[in-house]
Design a binder for this molecule. Structure first.
Ligand code: GLN
Length: 221
């Protein structure tokens, strides 16, 4: 069974925790992470960075001394899933954040554009085809969502695209990727009753733990 940490500084962390708490077959504990001590001592198998407001979240993380420990966690190859603002924090490059001095955790070789649907529509739901989750479409909730503009490494795998007509636009954009131990979605699976994306993440966590050889956390199995 797995121990999952959810960064609980700001944003939609309660929704992730509530959904994870329903997956009792796979999960031993869901732990709120607010400090470096909690990140270090909670014996976590994996971490989730929730949606919210990425600038605010990064500033609070920095004030709590969490940015460097989070970067270390990513560098160590431990599993992290970022949703929406969490995706922005995980990405190596985010539009205009350098100019604005917004710190990122980084590690995911993509560049993202924040509030990419903003001029069209702030929030919308789109039924996405996500082959990794099976044939049924996944109801993806987008709220002031970013898009993934460029994939900057061949190891980044695209899991889902959105057809922009759902947001009143044209063409399509990448909205879910995986790169090794990192998973990122521009939308909010924790806001739906469909738990397939969370279960996909737990499977991925097991796989990564296997690859890390006994793993991240040898005290739970
Ligand atoms: N627009 C937010 C940001 O830039 C992300 C929105 C969300 O997480 N739902 O941080």
């Amino acid at each position: 069974k797995l121990r999952i940490g959810v960064l609980a500084l700001q944003g939609a962390f309660t929704e992730h925790i509530n959904l994870l708490n329903r997956l009792t077959d796979d999960i031993e504990a869901v732990i709120q992470i607010k400090t470096p001590q909690q990140l270090e001592s909670s014996n976590l198998d994996a971490l989730i960075l929730p949606g919210g407001e990425s600038t605010t979240m990064a500033l609070i993380a920095e004030r709590n001394g969490l940015m460097e420990p989070l970067r270390g966690w990513v560098r160590a190859g431990k599993p992290v899933w970022g949703t929406c603002a969490g995706l922005i924090l995980l990405s190596n490059t985010a539009h205009r954040t350098k100019q604005l001095g917004q710190p990122l955790i980084g590690g995911l070789s993509v560049s993202v554009k924040r509030n990419a649907f903003g001029t069209q529509l702030n929030s919308f739901v789109s039924d996405l085809s996500i082959p990794s989750l099976g044939p049924e479409p996944f109801p993806a909730v987008f709220i002031r969502a970013p898009i993934i503009e460029t994939l900057d490494d061949p190891s980044v795998e695209v899991l889902a695209r959105v057809t922009n007509s759902d947001a009143g636009g044209e063409g399509e954009n990448i909205v879910a990727v995986r790169q090794g131990s990192l998973l990122a979605t521009a939308f909010h699976p924790e806001l739906t009753a469909d738990d397939r994306f969370h279960r996909y993440y737990l499977e991925m966590v097991r796989e990564v733990r296997g690859n890390l050889g006994e793993g991240v956390n040898t005290s739970s199995s």
